[in-house]
Design a protein around this ligand. Structure first.
Ligand SMILES: Nc1ncnc2c1ncn2[C@@H]1O[C@H](COP(=O)(O)OP(=O)(O)OP(=O)(O)O)[C@@H](O)[C@H]1O
Length: 246
């Protein structure tokens, strides 16, 4: 087993994943993610983006291949160790907001920090700060069913950022937002990531989302396809890339 390069926070090698019904989702994916990098994983529907994020985050393990987080092999970890890794080091944003219905927005956003052992006061202060930055501070006492879908999604993003994760996995994070809202939420997400040194892996088929990334990894039918980088443009927050199928 060869150790991953030192400057990669995440590293996948020859990753293969097949669903229980035999559907192939990943067929030999290899790449690295550098510390603090914002990586977009793009590709058409069904190309394997969600499966790749789930493998990297240790939610599932591939049948073949390796996934490393820093110098730790995630693919050989016991399930409880992967669960602890996810709780302590990773953040996750789903395409649709998943919140605890009995808790209000503030309690939801503070929950992961409290599960990690942060005091109630500190967890709530951090959570409120992020709810305010995401323009849902005035919804902090509302329960999920009393908020709009887009507000609920902002709460899930605040919850993920409040944990200050080492790596944030975001699966189509702006899918439930109106186009006008997307830019603000993406800017908040990327500014937070860059200022706190959070590595972000974002699955998307939206070009605007991919354009905020430092690099784009393109998937097609569970395989990486060539990525061609465009020169940096001064006005944009990230560097765009386009892909060519091989
Ligand atoms: N639970 C499952 N059981 C069987 N096949 C699945 C399952 N989930 C996904 N697949 C299949 O695995 C492949 C990869 O799916 P995946 O959701 O990772 O792609 P994706 O690029 O994220 O798609 P989307 O953009 O629609 O979310 C697809 O062919 C999909 O139909």
């Amino acid at each position: 087993m060869v150790d991953p390069p030192d400057n990669d926070v995440l590293w996948a090698r020859s990753l293969h994943f097949q669903h229980s019904d035999g559907s192939p989702a990943l067929s030999g994916v290899s790449f690295g993610v550098r510390e603090g990098e914002i990586l977009a994983v793009s590709g058409p529907r069904g190309s394997g983006k969600t499966t790749l994020l789930r493998c990297l985050a240790g939610l599932v393990t591939g049948q073949r291949g390796e996934v490393w987080f820093n110098s730790v092999p995630v693919h050989t970890m016991a399930p409880h160790a992967r669960e602890r890794l996810r709780r302590d080091r990773f953040g996750w944003i789903d395409p649709s907001p998943v919140l605890v219905p009995e808790l209000n927005a503030l309690e939801n956003a503070a929950l992961p920090l409290m599960l990690r052992g942060t005091s109630r006061e500190r967890a709530r202060a951090a959570a409120l700060e992020w709810l305010v930055r995401l323009d849902v501070g005035d919804r902090s006492r509302r329960r999920p069913h009393e908020m709009k879908q887009a507000e609920r999604q902002r709460v899930t993003i605040a919850r993920a950022l409040a944990q200050a994760p080492t790596v944030l996995f975001a699966d189509e994070p702006t899918a439930p937002l109106h186009r006008a809202d997307r830019a603000h939420v993406l800017r908040t997400l990327t500014t937070a990531a860059r200022s706190h040194g959070i590595t972000v892996v974002v699955a998307t088929h939206d070009v605007e989302t991919a354009a905020i990334a430092d690099r784009t990894l393109s998937l097609l039918d569970g395989r990486c396809v060539n990525t061609v980088h465009l020169p940096p443009v001064a006005e944009t927050e990230g560097r765009a890339a386009c892909s060519l199928s091989v």
